[in-house]
Design a protein around this ligand. Structure first.
Ligand code: GBH
Length: 448
């Protein structure tokens, strides 16, 4: 079996990029050759990771990268999205760790030889611990350190990279890391979450200038996660709750990037609860981007209540993934068309989309029917959004292979490829074969 799209869909044309995505801390291992990061510290804190695991070995990708490039190429994808470990390419004093930089140079050169376009994320949550010790994202200096790091990487990797992305999901870094305390560094303060969010956005804007100077041919942008917000009932109160949740989870990041201002929900806070915005910050943050990366997994449903005026409701009798996230492809189409109406967006890449399933090998094969359904329906949802005029240029499945799923450890599997952590054997799941099948059909069609 293989995924299908309408034959006349622009997604079936070769200039639409299909890829798979990963992130450094989740797959690399080889922790002894990089600086410790905030996720190492978080993993060492009892009770933070569901299975008590850590990222010391993960998928052992730093050792197995040549096999993994073969695997990626075997899928027939046009693109691969990876992230750079800040503490692998730099020493704490900011000088280059050549061994670490060479790892990425060799990896990118090999991907290039296979004709695979590389999307590089500079920050997928693995902040060097020594920067956290100086305040992490609560310290404006971290934004400057990030811009310096971005310049060094863009200089070293240059145009081997098709598209740079500064940050992956600053919402998660700020909200989950500083406000909800469920991601590293594990703080629980609303005020800290807001400061972290502002400094992350600032870091993004400062890095944009560096990337453009050092790698002028490459595209540069950012990756945001979106959780479209729906009202629980048709009451005006719930409609308002959904609107507030949309601002808090989604617009908070997108509006400053696109329009150089924060949404009302931030501006209307008491002065002492707002982030400190210095003159010029909003100009830096709204530096034009070449593309917007969108990560989508699920929608959320809200009703009026809670300290911020909205609270999430768990609805019954809907299909869910192993993360307990509702499967709702319609919300993906609605999100894309809605954002394109609300903002003047640059071209979009879907930089992550996927599902966790409790996979297990049986007679050497891994059948993942739920993920097959999820990916098929979400590919069609993207197609629908394009039909309605949204400019979408590519789609990345999360993830290439099972990996360290943050606070969930290794028990939640998002891979198209199964990883046996005992042997590091990789096994293509049914979903990987369906992706491969679709890409092979498209390849044949493009050669006729
Ligand atoms: C992505 O983030 C990550 O980029 C990736 O590394 C990860 O492996 C993958 O997804 C799968 O989890 O605000 O408390 O309601 C996940 C995006 C966004 C997950 C918001 C949960 C809701 C948390 N997410 N979200 S809350």
């Amino acid at each position: 079996s293989h995924f299908t799209l309408p034959g006349d869909s622009v997604m079936m044309q070769k200039d639409f990029l299909f890829g798979v995505a990963t992130a450094s801390f989740q797959i690399e291992g080889d922790a002894e050759h990089r600086q410790p990061c905030i996720w190492d510290t978080f993993c060492d804190t009892p009770g933070k990771i569901a299975d008590g695991s850590n990222g010391q070995v993960a998928c052992d990708h730093v050792k197995l990268w040549r096999d993994d490039v073969d695997l990626i190429a075997s899928l027939g994808v046009d693109a691969y999205r990876l992230s750079i470990s800040w503490g692998r390419v730099l020493h704490p004093d900011g000088s280059v760790n050549q061994r670490g930089m060479d790892f990425y140079i060799n990896l990118l050169d090999e991907l290039g030889r296979r004709g695979i376009n590389v999307f590089v994320t500079l920050y997928h949550w693995d902040l060097p611990q020594h920067l956290e010790d100086k305040g992490g994202w609560l310290n404006r200096d971290t934004a400057v350190a990030f811009a310096n790091y971005a310049a060094i990487v863009a200089n070293a990797l240059g145009n081997r990279v098709y598209a740079y992305s500064t940050l992956n999901e600053p919402f998660c870094s700020a909200f989950l890391g500083y406000e909800a305390g469920i991601h590293a560094p594990g703080h629980k303060s609303r005020q800290q979450g807001r400061t972290a969010a502002h400094n992350l956005l600032l870091a993004h804007g400062m890095a944009m200038t560096e990337i453009r100077r050092e790698a002028p041919e490459a595209k540069a942008g950012i990756v945001l996660n979106f959780s479209p917000a729906y009202p629980y009932t048709s009451s005006a109160g719930d409609a308002n709750a959904a609107r507030l949740a949309h601002e808090y989870h989604n617009t908070w990041y997108l509006m400053p990037l696109m329009e150089g201002r924060y949404p009302d929900i931030i501006n209307q806070l008491e002065p002492h609860e707002r982030p400190v915005v210095e003159p010029g910050d909003m100009d830096i943050i709204s530096t034009p981007i070449d593309y917007l990366g969108i990560n989508y997994y699920t929608r959320n449903v809200y009703r009026a209540g809670g300290p911020l005026g909205f609270e999430e409701v768990r609805i019954d009798n809907v299909p869910r993934t192993a993360m307990d996230w509702e499967i709702c492809p319609q919300a993906f189409t609605d999100l894309l068309t809605g954002l394109a109406q609300e903002f003047n967006l640059p071209p979009i890449y879907i930089t992550e989309n996927g599902a966790a399933e409790d996979d297990a090998p049986f007679n050497g094969t891994v059948h993942d029917p739920m993920r097959l359904d999820y990916l098929q329906s979400h590919l069609l949802a993207v197609h629908q959004a394009i039909e309605r005029g949204v400019d979408i240029k590519g789609y990345f499945a999360w993830s290439l292979m099972d990996n360290f799923e943050w606070a969930e450890g290794y028990r939640k599997r998002f891979g198209l490829v199964y990883v046996d952590y005992g042997t590091q054997q990789r096994i293509l799941k049914s979903s990987a074969k369906a992706y491969q099948g679709m890409l092979a059909i498209r390849q044949e069609a493009s050669q006729q």
